[in-house]
Design a protein around this ligand. Structure first.
Ligand code: BES
Ligand code: ZN
Ligand code: ZN
Length: 512
């Protein structure tokens, strides 16, 4: 999609649809002073009669009144004007763009609001509006036979900027926002692929192919470690999880060295990449098991974020480590009770083969330490308990380092990919001690999300580390503002923001 920035007044903006953002409260919003009088005349009586209230994401479509160079006008509610935030802008433009696309319109005009009224920086406004427009019109249609008219996409969004707002800043934001949203789209595509089209080696090849598109200052190197090498290296936990499948596991290592940052210790992203989680021999109930193709969402987020970071040419050194594996039951699958010697040397008693994410991540995290990270963050659809605790509006954050966690929380606040911290107190670690082995992969006294994290903590050593359990946020059950049913790409925007504002941690801060 093309995003344009224009300084023409709204009565001179051609397009199929003109969007009028309307605030709650029965009165025209402060920015309506810039509307053509035909627009004010249309909206005022609707607000008075409460036929349109302006509540967030409400939408009504009207044939354009005379005097406007568009065919349609969409009123879209932004909620209370003083509560307008960048994320609400992202949502509102997504709602308008999605509707425009559904009605097969080609061009949408959207005035940049909130910059003067709510002091949102012009560049931020441009970025979130571009993100909302691109993400709101995202569709996964690879396997759908569509008639030509059903294939029509919204082609152009014009961000109309009024006097006193820097159109250059809006344009810079829009360019970055488009790039980031495209990376989210790449991540969503991987998640939405069915498990029979993304076996570990296949998805790794897709990630590599995508990485190779980046050249010059945006170059991403991508190494695929196949089964023979995993065996040679002793990444036995990844191998154990994958041994029930005829499609062998692989480990993908991505690296981007931004300008001037190549020799600095990297920020490492580790992502769970289970291409299908049946539970293995500890098999899951069949209801909704199809959704377990999204068990590689952490890996998709890591790959998508590195694409965005490289595209933005951020001056950071980033490494991505993604173990891809398929968790299936078969005659060769691992059994409950099996003991594996992980890459770290620690042994693990596998008491539940459905707690496989922490096994692949154990090896991935200890392997990642070879790159001498400044900090490591892992993203994983790790526990059903996380969905119970936080639902779909936040992922769980657990950490051994408050200073690093603070940077992650700030990135989360900026991107509205929200995180909520759970404790990692040492008492919990008792639950993962095993009789016959060093560790066991499940606990026995609740706190499922914390237990997953304390298990991982055993493999990060003294590296500042954050774990994000994205089991709830990685998948949307329905279309909703800028999310569409299916994979959300959660984490791409957060990781990109983290890298954009990354400040090396003072080495004096102790890891708990
Ligand atoms: N991939 C699942 C977690 C999950 C569940 C993600 C629901 C998204 C939605 C993970 O591998 C798993 O099965 N975890 C188990 C752990 C348990 C056996 C300790 C769980 O949460 O039940
Ligand atoms: Zn599982
Ligand atoms: Zn899983």
């Amino acid at each position: 999609m093309k995003i344009e920035v224009s300084t023409k007044t709204l009565d001179r903006q051609p397009g199929d649809v003109l969007t009028l953002p309307v605030a709650e409260g029965g009165r025209l919003p402060s920015w309506a002073g810039r509307w053509p009088s035909a627009a004010r005349k249309l909206v005022e009586p609707l607000l008075k009669s409460k036929d349109f209230t302006g509540k967030l994401n409400e939408l009504a479509a009207f044939p354009a009144p005379g005097g406007l160079p568009v065919s349609w006008v969409y009123l879209v509610g932004v909620g209370k004007e003083r509560e307008l935030t960048p994320d609400r802008l992202r949502q509102v433009i997504a709602v308008a763009a999605r509707r425009a696309q559904a009605q097969r319109r080609k061009a949408l005009v959207f005035p940049v609001v909130g910059v003067s009224a709510r002091e949102i920086p012009a560049e931020t406004a441009g970025q979130v509006l571009a993100e909302g427009a691109v993400l709101g019109t995202y569709r996964f249609t690879l396997y759908k036979t569509l008639k030509p008219e059903e294939q029509k996409r919204l082609e152009k969004v014009t961000l109309a900027v009024g006097r006193g707002i820097s159109s250059a800043a809006v344009a810079t934001g829009a360019k970055n926002g488009t790039l980031i949203a495209d990376a989210v789209g790449f991540s969503r595509d991987l998640i939405n692929l069915p498990a029979n089209h993304k076996y570990p080696e296949d998805i790794a090849a897709r990630v590599q192919k995508n990485a190779r598109k980046n050249t010059g200052a945006s170059k991403i190197s991508c190494r695929i470690i196949k089964k023979a090498e995993l065996t040679r290296l002793g990444l036995n936990a990844i191998l154990a999880v994958g041994q029930g499948s005829v499609h062998p596991p692989v480990l993908v290592a991505l690296e981007y060295k931004g300008p001037g940052a190549g020799s600095k210790p990297p920020l490492v992203f580790v992502g769970k990449g289970i291409t299908f989680d049946s539970g293995g021999i500890s098999i899951k109930p069949s209801g909704n098991m199809d959704q377990m193709k999204y068990d590689m969402s952490g890996g998709a987020a890591a790959a998508g974020a590195i694409q965005a970071i490289a595209g933005l040419k951020l001056p950071v050194h980033v490494v991505g480590i993604i173990p891809f594996s398929e968790n299936l039951p078969s005659g060769s699958a691992q059994r409950p009770g099996d003991i594996i010697r992980t890459f770290s040397g620690k042994t693990v008693e596998v008491l539940n083969t459905d707690a496989e994410g922490r096994l692949v991540l154990a090896d991935a995290l200890s392997f990642a330490r070879r790159s001498k990270p400044a900090a490591m963050i892992d993203l994983a659809t790790l526990t059903g308990a996380c969905v119970v605790a936080l639902g779909k509006h936040a992922c769980a954050l657990l950490t051994n380092h408050d200073g690093f966690a603070r940077q992650v929380k700030e990135a989360a606040a900026r991107t509205h990919e929200r995180v909520w911290e759970l404790p990692l107190w040492p008492e919990y670690s008792e639950q993962v001690k095993s009789g016959p082995a060093d560790l066991k992969n499940i606990g026995d006294d609740g706190a499922g999300t914390i237990i997953g994290a304390v298990f991982l903590k055993e493999f990060v050593g003294n590296i500042p580390w954050v774990h994000l359990d994205i089991a709830g946020t990685a998948w949307a059950d329905k279309d909703q503002a800028y999310l569409s049913k299916g994979g959300t790409g959660f984490g791409v925007r957060l990781l990109t923001a983290l890298a954009a504002d990354w400040k090396p941690l003072p080495s004096t801060v102790k890891v708990s």
